[in-house]
Every structure is written in C-alpha cells, then in structure tokens.
Design a protein around this ligand. Structure first.
Ligand code: ADP
Length: 186
C-alpha cells in the first residue's frame, strides 16, 4: 500500500508514520528526517538546506522532488510506503502524481491528522527534541507556511477521493487505532 500521512507541524505525523511502518511492514519516507540526517552529516544537500530548515521555510520544490523520486526507485519501496512531510506544496503533489503515473501506479490513501492549532504549538514546545526549528518564533513561521502553501494540498487530493480525515487528538495509541481502522479497510 502507498500512503501519504498529512497534517500540520506537530500533528504527530512522524510518530504515527513510524507505527504504521512497523505494523504494516512498509518503509517510512520522511523528507524532514532525510534533511536533518544530511544536515547532521554535513553533506552537500545538508549544507544547501540547513538555513532553510533553521528558518522554518520550505526547501525548493525541485530539490525535494528530485530527492523523493530518487529514493522511491529503491527496491525497498516496491511493495508500498508511507510518505511523511511530502508532498507539501501543489507543485510537489503534481510532480509526485506525474512520477506515479509514469510507473502505472498511484497513492491508495491520503490520511490527514486533524489537530487544533493551540494543541500543535503546545506539542512542539513540549516534545523537547532539541530541533533548531522548535522555537516559538520558528513554529509561527512553520504554521504560516503550512496554512499558506501546504493546506491546499488537501483539496488537491480530495479531488482524487482518497482522503480520510482522522482525529489527531488523544493518546498515541488511540490515534493509531483510529488510523488502523481506516487502513484495515484497504
Ligand atoms: P514538521 O512537520 O514538524 O514541520 P518535518 O520534519 O516534516 O517537520 O519538516 C521539517 C522541515 O524540513 C520543514 O520545515 C522544511 O524546512 C523541510 N521540509 C521537509 N519536507 C519538505 C517538503 N516536502 N518540501 C519542502 N521542505 C520540506
């Protein structure tokens, strides 16, 4: 199964994507994790994107799309995957569709985690992962970017009738079991 896990920063995408990945035995592809890994290891890509992540802005579409398309060609993704943090703009969504079309395949389900804004800020501030973009000012930028550039992606996928909205409030376990209910219908 090919899945997209969508939602604002702090919605719990990373946590739930990891659980889905292990329960359904599909690899988890997180663009944010890939960027952070490259920054930590001071690769060329890391050097290119560091100031962008630090500012809470978006990495250019072309860079992200090239990265994801390269990654998806690896054997481990041949039986499905869960995308987390991608696509995050309309051009990224169009590019992903174009790539999947060329492979005669498509996304099975677009799961969106619904969490109120006040809760998002609290969660990010209390998760204590030490991320350089987890400060109140950067969170404000990330949420603005989300509402302006990323939320339209939801409407784009609604046209494909693969969107399922899941309540992202409650315990990690409760949220996962809501996701499972939807996924087990596939
Ligand atoms: P969160 O959802 O909490 O903001 P992520 O780990 O998904 O965290 O993303 C962290 C940062 O990585 C983003 O603020 C952005 O700078 C960059 N990034 C991740 N995915 C993308 C993407 N698809 N397009 C552009 N930038 C991205």
């Amino acid at each position: 199964m090919k899945l997209i896990l969508f939602g604002p920063p702090g919605a719990g995408k990373g946590t739930q994507a990891k659980k889905i990945s292990s329960h359904y035995s599909i690899p988890h592809l997180s663009t944010g994790n890939i960027f952070r890994y490259n920054i930590k290891n001071e690769t060329e890509l890391g050097k290119k994107v560091k100031s962008i992540l630090d500012a809470g802005e978006l990495v250019p579409d072309e860079t992200v799309v090239d990265l994801v398309v390269d990654e998806l060609q690896k054997d481990k993704y041949s039986n499905g995957y869960i995308l987390d943090g991608f696509p995050r703009t309309i051009p990224q969504s169009v590019a992903l569709d174009k790539y999947l079309d060329s492979q005669d395949t498509g996304i099975d389900l677009f799961l969106t985690l619904a969490v109120p804004q006040e809760e998002l800020i609290n969660r990010i501030l209390s998760r204590g992962e030490g991320r350089s973009d987890d400060t109140p000012e950067k969170i404000k930028t990330r949420l603005e970017v989300y509402y302006n550039e990323t939320e339209p992606v939801l409407n784009y996928y609604k046209k494909q009738e693969i969107v399922e909205k899941v309540d992202g409030m409650g315990s990690i376990k409760d949220i996962f079991s809501r996701l499972q209910t939807v996924l087990d219908r596939l």
